[in-house]
Design a protein around this ligand. Sequence first.
Ligand code: CAA
Length: 294
Amino acid sequence: MPWGRRRPQHFTGDGILKVTVVGAGTMGRGIAQVFAQAGNGVVLTDVYPKALETASAEIQKSLAKLHAKGIIAEPPEVVFKRINFTGDLSAGKNSDLFVEAVLERFDVKEALYKQLNELAGENSIIASNTSSISINALSSAIRKPENFLGLHFFNPVPIMKLVEIIKGVRTSPSVVEKSLEFVKQLGKDPVTSEDFPGFISNRILMPLIREAILTLEEGVSSKEDIDKTLRLGMNHPMGPLELADFIGLDVVQDIMKVLYHEFGDSRFMPPVTLRNLVNARRLGRKSGEGFYKY
Ligand code: CAA
């Protein structure tokens, strides 16, 4: 069987065996990893060589941890070898599934889709990991929009069980079915959503984070106690301010802006404190400081 067509023991569907993930940032590398863990041949590609280097190191670390805990049975190096790290997008030609996990900018995604249209076969599925851009809007750049949908993963991808599957108006029901089946084969637990701003997850999460920031701004309590309330009172693994730092404050602000713009509703309006932190490049964990210092 040629590379990328390895059929794992547990694979029962008629589905997807060669996967290309475009964008090797935190989400893209996590997505590539879980596909490799499920036995798929993966092409992980990025225009920045440094992103591929970091992805390679982070995936190896993550696989070693998961193996040590018995979460993955196969030796980490066997899983790792299924991933082809490359700057050459054409290595993904005729993949059964392309997952786009590049910058959250319409123009960047649109330019990439022009290339993916050339590489995709008649039955290839193209999915976006977008957290807030309309799937219907993105589908306008896709040659076969019936084969396009949203597959929204959550950070850290190897740990989080949820995948949101977002249907566009033109997405074919069989592509949704195939994607549901495949997501389950990754060991994930999917939900389906229509293409509304923020889908299910961010429509609910963003007002929670926003209200936590306003609670801080209005001097109701300290950041520690606001977070503790949600952690200990509602059993959330992280408080909303910690979670905002974890997601990245720039990302949180961008998602809120999209929701605010599209719904025209103040419940999504980015708070001033968030704007100030982002402008000061205090972006959360990734920059070493956000609401907290790391
Ligand atoms: N690979 C392998 N193992 C990992 C990992 C990864 N990528 N990331 C974390 N882990 C492991 C840690 O190593 C740790 O293992 P040990 O206990 O053996 O040390 C274990 O997971 C737990 O991690 P921590 O001890 O660091 O801390 P924790 O118990 O708080 O768990 C967490 C970390 C899983 C991130 C947890 O805090 C959590 O679930 N937080 C909420 C995350 C969340 O809500 N994510 C969604 C964000 S929204 C989004 O992604 C989408 C969007 O559109 C904005």
